[in-house]
Design a protein around this ligand. Structure first.
Ligand SMILES: Cc1cc2nc3c(=O)[nH]c(=O)nc-3n(C[C@H](O)[C@H](O)[C@H](O)COP(=O)(O)O)c2cc1C
Length: 161
């Protein structure tokens, strides 16, 4: 079994590209967090997705995850997501509610259009107090489109895993 796992949630595919790049560079298993109700990935429908995401956020919803995710046995778990309304998508709360990352090393990364990580790396540490959360990597959406291989490489080097 591999010791690294990359978990990611992505609607437009950019966090997915970064996840796959991290997977290649760390020889990790790469697993998507799949929502039970799919989000519309057509970028022309951005306004509708923005409204839905805002509603989920304002109502503190926990959108269901469709797939069973196995985290047992992995030491290092990369967790990636896009920035939505200055924080992570609510389905990440579902993930942290459902799975216990105690004793694991969590390494966050995210895609964004200007908000950086929006404080989400500290939120993860608060939600998972018994996990070790390492310095994450925020990547602008345009840079993420190509997988950001050099940025990922330099970041991984700095982590000293
Ligand atoms: C509903 C929604 C809300 C967003 N809110 C923010 C935001 O608050 N800050 C930001 O920098 N980018 C924001 N974005 C831009 C996304 O972070 C960007 O599109 C992201 O790279 C998409 O990741 P994906 O391709 O993996 O789905 C938002 C995008 C969507 C769809």
């Amino acid at each position: 079994m591999k010791k690294n796992l990359v978990l990611y949630f992505s609607v437009y595919g950019t966090a997915k590209k970064v996840a796959e790049e991290i997977g290649r560079q760390t020889d990790a298993d790469v697993v998507e967090i799949i929502p039970a109700v799919p989000y519309d990935s057509n970028r022309d429908h951005y306004s509708a997705l923005a409204r839905l995401a805002k509603k989920e956020h304002d109502e503190d919803q926990r959108p269901a995850i469709k797939n069973e995710i196995v985290i047992d046995g992995y030491e290092n778990i990369f967790i990636g997501y896009p920035m939505w309304w200055y924080t992570f998508p609510m389905i990440l709360y579902t993930l942290f509610d459902r799975y216990d990352f105690s004793g694991k090393t969590i390494i966050p990364f995210n895609t964004h259009m200007g908000s950086g990580d929006g404080g989400t790396y500290s939120t993860i540490q608060k939600l998972e107090p018994d996990a070790k959360v390492l310095q994450g990597l925020p990547i602008e959406m345009n840079d993420a489109e190509t997988g950001a291989s050099t940025a990922v490489k330099n970041w991984l080097k700095s982590l000293n895993l």
